[in-house]
Design a protein around this ligand. Structure first.
Ligand code: DX5
Ligand code: ZN
Length: 217
């Protein structure tokens, strides 16, 4: 399994996004949290910012949409330059159709599950996806405590992926840090989002390197 580290710009300085993207040069993707103040009780940024950011960095953008009606909005994030678009299954009206549309437009299609949402009802959807995101905190804010109780869900999801012989990536997001990343990797995650554990340090690029080392061991 190839480890990927995706710093979340939610913990970056929003007035200096281009510089903040440069500061994590060795990162695999830049994780962009889009929040609409309806699906989650917080508001961040939208299509125009993603469009500018995609021009400002060569690191591909991993857009995590914590918004209502992703069926309507997700395709616009592909057009804005996102290389991967994640919608929440709790918010999508037609997840299969949406995943197909994201792929047809040329991005990787990904689906997220909130902590209380089980994976089992969505087993048949897995072949439609390039990545599955298991939230390890309640979505909405950075800097929350990692929910250890999500580890069995990560493990079960990895088993399902293997059983179906699928290639899809398994991403974890929320409270991922030097203290928790090894547990996530051991449970079967291979794509790690880290906000405060990267941008909350003096040397974000070094934080990316050490998180990668921990996940690879
Ligand atoms: C939370 C966001 C996360 C957030 C993670 O809803 O989806 O991407 O930035 O931040 P940390 O790593 O600080 O928990
Ligand atoms: Zn996120």
């Amino acid at each position: 399994m190839t480890v990927q580290i995706n710093p979340s710009i939610l913990s970056a300085d929003f007035a200096r996004l281009a510089d903040e993207a440069q500061a994590v040069k060795g990162a695999d993707w830049l994780h962009v949290d889009v929040m609409d103040n309806h699906f989650v009780p917080n508001l961040t940024l939208g299509v125009p910012v993603v469009e500018s950011l995609s021009r400002a960095t060569s690191t591909p953008l991993d857009c995590h949409l914590m918004i209502e009606d992703p069926d309507r909005w997700a395709p616009q994030y592909v057009e804005a330059g996102a290389g991967s678009v994640t919608f929440h299954v709790e918010a999508a009206a037609a997840p299969v159709r949406l995943a197909r549309e994201i792929r047809a437009k040329g991005a990787r299609a990904s689906m997220a599950l909130k902590p209380a949402t089980p994976i089992e009802p969505y087993e048949d959807l897995l072949p439609e996806l390039d990545m599955l995101l298991i939230m390890t905190v309640e979505p909405g804010f950075g800097g929350q405590k990692f929910l250890d109780i999500m580890l069995p869900k990560i493990r079960r999801t990895r088993e399902l992926i293997s059983r179906h012989g699928l290639e899809l990536w398994l991403q974890v997001d929320g409270g991922v840090s030097a203290e928790t990343i090894e547990r996530c990797a051991e449970a079967g995650a291979d794509v790690f989002v880290a906000g405060s554990a990267v941008y909350g340090t003096d040397d974000p690029a070094a934080a990316v390197r050490s998180l990668r080392e921990l996940a690879e061991t």
